[in-house]
Structures are given as structure tokens and as C-alpha cells.
Design a binder for this molecule. Structure first.
Ligand SMILES: C[S@@+](CC[C@H](N)C(=O)[O-])C[C@H]1O[C@@H](n2cnc3c(N)ncnc32)[C@H](O)[C@@H]1O
Length: 232
């Protein structure tokens, strides 16, 4: 069994273990858009394939998997795998996916338990803002992706309050909330571009897109899709 490898992972694991059981309700309340646009884009890029293997890093409760299943064409069959740090998240994901498709992994430090070039796409939504080592995590995602396959990552990049009053409410609300703290760092599109290029991924898209609203703040993702060259 893998344990969190840093104080940051340990803090984030506590937060997500505690919030796992309300996570999907919160996603509706927060108007969480990311699974919808990531699944649609990847399914479109893989439209000529009927048997598709996908690996998700930071799978949570399996919300993105369910969105893939809702959006796929009747002809598309999906083998889905994923990992997470939080046991309660993995417990909920195991209600919709086979247990042996789920792995307990700290993607900041651990290699993914998958062979090189074994999946058509690797995806990650709303996770990279929690990492210390995004470069290592992208390297692993690139390793397990087949040549010609895709890597899609969306993570919070911009957090905008409508006014100073909502920003103040946010700060005060967090102080008196009984939620555990979590540690996130806003992701920069330039940094993700550099990381993708370093791993020899051809960047097809790198945009900022509305993700969700949380604690009176509107969050926008850095949304990047890369293609692994066919000749590697
Ligand atoms: C905001 S949730 C997103 C879940 C899912 N991707 C979705 O879109 O619904 C973030 C997830 O990342 C996981 N996570 C955070 N840091 C992680 C790490 N270092 N390694 C693996 N998973 C991590 C959390 O446990 C949590 O399930």
C-alpha cells in the first residue's frame, strides 16, 4: 500500500477522504464543467476507435468516468483505469469500476502501475493544482500512453472573485469552516506548455476555460491536450 509521500499529499488526502461522500453533490452545486468538456474532446479525438483504454490520475469518485460513459457513442467500448490518494474516493469509485482497475497512488512521487504505451488516453481533471511535481506526473502519463495517443489535463489556473466583498466572505468563510484545509497552487498555462514540450508531447490545445464556482469564487482551468508522437 502506498502512503502519502509528503506533508502536502497527507493534508490533501485528509481533505478528500473527509469530503468524498458529498463530492458529487458538491460538483453539481459548484456547476463543475470540466468532466464534460474533457470527455467530449477525448472521445472526439478517438472517434475512429471502437475499443478505447483510458487511465485517469486522481480519479476521485469516478465522476469523469461516468461522464465518459454518458458521452461515448454506442459503438465505443471503454476500458477505464485510475488512481487516487484518498481511500474514501477510491472506495466510491469501486462502486462503478472493477477494484483491480483502481490503484492507490500518490502521483506526485509514485510510478503508475501500468505498462509503457498501454492506454489510448490519460486524463486528469482538477488534480494538478494539488501537486508538487507536475513534471513527474506528466512524465508518467506520457509513458503509459500509446504512441499517437492523447494526454489531457485540466487544473485550476485562475480564481476570480466578483468583488472584494465576495473575496472577504471567502476568506472569513474558510476560517470558520469545519472543513480541513487543503493546499493548492494555481497552475500556469506556460508551465504546463513547458512540461508537455519537455516530454516531447505535441500540444494540440492550451486554453483557459471556466471550471466551477466554489466559495463565491469563479475558477478557470488551464486546459491542455497533448499528443504523443506516433514514432516513439
Ligand atoms: C477535485 S478532486 C477531482 C476528482 C476527479 N478527477 C473529478 O474530476 O471529479 C481531486 C482528486 O485528486 C486526488 N489527489 C490529490 N492529490 C493527489 C496526489 N498527489 N496523488 C493522487 N491523487 C491526488 C484527491 O484525492 C481527489 O480525489
Amino acid at each position: 500500500m502506498t502512503l502519502p509521500k509528503s506533508a502536502r499529499s497527507a493534508i490533501n488526502k485528509i481533505y478528500f477522504d473527509q469530503n468524498a461522500f458529498t463530492y458529487e453533490e458538491d460538483a453539481v452545486d459548484f456547476n463543475f464543467q470540466t468532466p464534460e468538456f474533457v470527455s467530449k474532446d477525448i472521445l472526439e479525438l478517438l472517434a475512429d476507435k471502437t475499443d478505447i483504454a483510458i487511465y485517469e490520475t486522481g480519479i476521485g469518485t469516478g465522476l469523469l468516468y461516468k461522464t465518459f460513459m454518458k458521452n461515448k457513442s454506442p459503438a465505443q467500448r471503454i476500458q477505464y483505469y485510475g488512481c487516487d490518494l484518498a481511500d474514501n474516493m477510491l472506495g466510491l469509485a469501486s462502486k462503478v469500476l472493477p477494484q483491480d482497475h483502481l490503484h492507490r497512488v500518490d502521483i506526485d512521487y509514485d510510478t503508475l502501475p501500468m505498462k509503457d504505451s498501454s492506454v489510448d488516453a490519460t486524463v486528469s481533471t482538477s488534480v494538478f493544482q494539488f501537486l508538487d511535481n507536475p513534471d513527474f506526473a506528466v512524465g508518467e502519463m506520457a509513458r503509459i500512453t500509446k504512441p499517437g495517443g492523447y494526454i489531457a489535463i485540466a487544473a485550476v489556473s485562475v480564481c476570480k472573485h466578483e468583488s472584494w466583498l465576495s473575496a472577504l466572505r471567502h476568506k472569513i468563510g474558510r476560517l470558520f469552516s469545519n472543513e480541513p484545509a487543503y493546499r493548492e497552487t494555481l497552475i500556469s498555462a506556460e508551465h504546463m506548455q513547458e512540461i508537455f514540450e519537455k516530454h516531447n508531447l505535441h500540444v494540440l490545445k492550451n486554453i483557459i476555460k471556466f471550471s466551477h464556482s466554489h466559495w463565491q469564487a469563479h475558477n478557470y482551468d488551464c486546459y491542455i491536450i497533448g499528443k504523443k508522437p506516433s514514432n516513439t
